[in-house]
Design a protein around this ligand. Structure first.
Ligand SMILES: [Zn+2]
Ligand SMILES: [Zn+2]
Length: 398
């Protein structure tokens, strides 16, 4: 049965390819930041509606979130689109491709009509780049009842999974006292010095943290005039570690660096950890294997997850989803090796012919994986068992 359904899905998605490519390029040309993806989310909703699928927006508490239900009974699969871009570098993470891969999969599955052997919850999840849209939607029930969830991310190669580690964001504000920087510096308390002392402490700490841990940050406010002792300074930092436990340990050390900056300068540090923490990704390997086989059937050639150096690890709010339901976050190749995410070159590749092919192939592979999941009782049992036992996140040497 699965073979026949897959043939139909392939015919549908291939016939929709010109429309899908048009949407992919349109989202790429109109990059929108997290939670402000009004145009992209409206476009996706319009296309769903035009194909007879009622879509909700806002959804699960987010203005630019989308939800659509397809099918009535049976195994319940979440299919996810992201569509946020980055400041300055636009779609340098290729979320226009993620958007269309998810959309195309939903359209392909919906076209099966009564033959769809399960249910789909299509979700448009805003603000992956730091806003934690999936976590916010999860708190409102977006992933409740689902038996699994899937998405695909563009990259430089095809991989069944990617090393995706936990992260936490923090904003730190230093409060000092302004004064004349030349005639009465002794009357001032320099908030910028507090932040710089903390920054340097973190730079020193960075040399002595384990592989797979990361700390990086910027100064967002360093004072307003060079002849005024800064009474206020602000920075934003991201702390990452292979899992939540190790993340919490590193957070404590970074927190101490912020306090040290305040102590050294007599200023006051207001340390504001974002309550949205990105969890590490617990890839569901039985499901990831099925995705790989479906993508290979389209002629795609995979590299091994084990061969991806830990130094390339990133983070995603899909990690949070992976703790709620069995989840996959495979990568689909479309840019030459050496191209890095969040660089302008990656944005260029995200609008290339290879990028468009990745969007369509991604839609096909996701839809076919959903069909396998819905029609194969044994696979569902394996997926559930792997989820219950908490499959090792990865065989990485951490
Ligand atoms: Zn990104
Ligand atoms: Zn991304």
């Amino acid at each position: 049965m699965a073979g026949e359904l897959k043939r139909k899905i392939r015919a549908t998605i291939e016939s929709l390819a010109p429309e899908l490519v048009g949407i992919c390029r349109d989202i790429h040309s109109n990059p929108e930041l997290g939670f402000a993806e009004f145009r992209a989310s409206a476009t996706l909703c319009e296309v769903l509606s035009a194909h007879g699928i009622p879509a909700r927006r806002p959804a699960y508490g987010l203005e630019t979130g989308i939800a659509a239900e397809i099918g009535r009974a049976g195994p319940y699969v979440g299919v996810i689109s992201e569509y946020d871009a980055l400041p300055d570098v636009g779609h340098a993470c290729g979320h226009n491709i993620i958007a269309v891969a998810g959309l195309g999969a939903a359209l392909g599955l919906a076209a099966l009509g009564d033959q769809l052997p399960g249910r789909i919850r299509y979700l448009g999840t805003p603000a992956e780049e730091g806003g934690g849209g999936k976590e916010l939607m999860a708190r409102r029930g977006a992933f409740d009842q689902l038996d699994c969830a899937m998405m695909v991310h563009p990259s430089t190669e095809d991989l069944p999974a990617f090393p995706l580690i936990a992260n936490a964001r923090v904003t730190v504000r230093y409060h000092g006292r302004a004064s004349h920087a030349a005639s009465s510096p002794e009357a001032g308390l320099n908030a910028l010095d507090g932040l710089v002392a903390a920054y340097q402490s973190i730079a020193a700490l960075r040399q002595h943290i384990p592989a797979g841990h990361r700390i990086h940050g910027i100064i967002t406010d360093g004072g307003s005039a060079p002849n005024v002792v800064p009474e206020f300074a602000e920075g934003e930092f991201v702390v990452r570690a292979p899992d939540i436990e190790r993340l919490n340990a590193l957070r404590a050390r970074v927190h101490a660096c912020f306090e040290a900056g305040a102590l050294a300068t007599g200023t006051r540090a207001e340390i504001d950890w974002n309550d949205i923490v990105y969890a590490d990704m617990r890839t569901n390997w039985p499901l990831a294997g099925v995705y790989q086989r479906n993508a290979e059937a389209l002629g795609r050639v995979f590299e091994r997850f084990e061969d991806v150096p830990l130094s390339r690890a990133a983070s995603t709010d899909m990690g949070n989803v992976s703790y709620l339901v069995p989840s996959i976050h495979p990568m689909i190749g479309m840019a030459p090796k050496g191209t890095v995410h969040h660089h302008r070159d990656f944005a260029t590749w995200s609008a290339s012919d290879e990028g468009m092919k990745a969007a369509v192939d991604g839609a096909l592979a996701l839809a076919m994986t959903a069909v396998d999941f819905m029609t194969d009782d044994g696979l569902r049992a394996e997926v559930r068992a792997a989820f219950r036992t908490g499959v090792p996140v990865s065989p990485l040497p951490m």
